[in-house]
Design a protein around this ligand. Structure first.
Ligand SMILES: [Zn+2]
Length: 403
């Protein structure tokens, strides 16, 4: 709590109240159904404060009472659950050949999952115009359902600085592009915040909130596309680094004599363990899915060439994961994208490399698993990032009940 010799100023008071509202909302998210007494007991807030905060959250339709009562000695308690029915969080992933859009309610229930083909076009303007058109349709759909959009977060495959400017997205041909600002214009200042982030970062947030290892405080997500990037969560928080460029594990050099990487260097992890290394040639984006399915089919039939290629990619990937494990000691490294269907053939080599190369016993407890979220993890992570802002206190609506 904020204290000062002159007593709290109104602004401070509003801050404290917003923080406490967020604390209660998070508690309900994690422990619902729960009672006001449970909240008071666990958060240390007094009962009268909790009652007032809960009334405010009910007013904002973020929390609702259920008819359920807890069976305990004494007075039965009214139980609380998340409401959020009038709200939506939107996440969008821009990829080389498609845009994925996801909308969830406050509790993370999916309201919409779309995938639309997309071409970045000849300029950022063209690309933004087509992404903007897709987002406008999502926003209209939410409006039809009488939901207020809480925010939008857009995942871009590339370097995104901490201000959300896309510094370099080589596969889209974008450089120094203020995609958030351009989208706000394309959407005619929609009245909700727009955030832009790296795809691996957002996918890591989706895993932290909804994946098989949800709640893990030390987690790394690896995108398995033509490019390989890492989203890093340490001590429960996404770690972007000073300017926002952390996680470029794809350009760590594994072999100075290795194959050429599209960054112009040699033997980068992504040249040796990206999806391009699995396939005989890098197909057009539209053909990657087909080529991966063919690799899976050949691997199942025991085709020696395919098995050898997957083993070699698995070894390079394992070397990359060992670097992460030695450096960051994550509980889990989650393989995403096209690594998911190939995981049964990649993981044995990855595990061998890990046990050879990580100095801590048992690879420091690091597990390596395939993502259980679908191919739209980054879009889902966009919605997660919007919900994270709500959890950290940026609640919709004014503070109507400051006593
Ligand atoms: Zn490279």
């Amino acid at each position: 709590m904020i204290t000062s010799t002159t007593g709290p100023q109104p602004a401070d008071f509003a801050d404290v109240r917003a923080t406490n509202l967020a604390v209660v909302l998070r508690f309900v998210r994690e422990h619902a159904p729960c009672s006001r007494a449970d909240i008071a007991a666990s958060t240390g807030l007094n009962k009268a404060t909790v009652s007032s905060l809960v009334a405010d959250l009910i007013d904002r339709r973020l929390v609702r009472e259920t008819g359920l009562t807890e069976n305990r000695v004494g007075r039965p308690a009214t139980m609380l659950v998340l409401d959020g029915s009038p709200y939506a969080a939107i996440g969008v992933e821009i990829n080389v050949d498609h845009v994925s859009a996801v909308a969830t309610d406050l509790a993370g229930e999916r309201l919409l999952t779309w995938r639309r083909s997309f071409s970045a076009g000849d300029s950022v303007n063209q690309g933004v115009a087509s992404v903007g058109a897709i987002i406008r349709r999502v926003v209209n759909r939410m409006a039809k359902e009488e939901r207020q959009v809480l925010g939008l977060a857009v995942a871009v495959p590339g370097l995104v600085d901490v201000q959300g400017t896309v510094r370099l997205a080589p596969n889209l041909g974008w450089r120094d592009a203020d995609i958030g600002g351009d989208l706000a214009k394309a959407l005619r200042d929609p009245g909700f915040p727009i955030q832009v982030d790296n795809d691996a970062n957002l996918a890591a947030l989706a895993e932290q909130r909804w994946g098989a290892h949800a709640g893990a405080s030390d987690l790394v997500y690896l995108t398995g596309e033509i490019g390989v990037g890492a989203g890093i969560i340490l001590d429960g928080r996404l770690r972007r680094g000073g300017l926002g460029y952390s996680g470029e594990i794809g350009h760590v050099q594994l072999d100075p004599e290795g194959p050429e990487c599209h960054c112009g260097r040699r033997g980068c992890l992504e040249a040796m363990a990206g999806i391009g290394a699995v396939l005989r040639k890098i197909p057009s984006p539209a053909e990657i899915q087909i080529e991966i399915e063919e690799s899976v089919r050949l691997a199942r039939t025991g085709d020696p060439g395919t098995l050898a290629a997957l083993d070699s990619v698995g070894r390079s990937l394992g070397r990359g994961v060992s670097i992460l494990a030695n450096l960051l000691n994550p509980e889990v490294v989650i393989l995403g994208g096209y690594y998911v269907p190939l995981a049964p053939w990649l993981l044995p080599a990855v595990h061998e490399e890990l046990s050879d190369r990580v100095i801590a016993a048992e690879a420091g407890g690091c597990q390596v698993v395939a993502s259980t979220l679908d191919h739209d993890a980054a879009a889902l992570g966009g919605a997660a990032r919007v919900l994270d802002s709500i959890d950290s206190g940026r609640l919709p609506g004014g503070l109507s009940r400051i006593p």
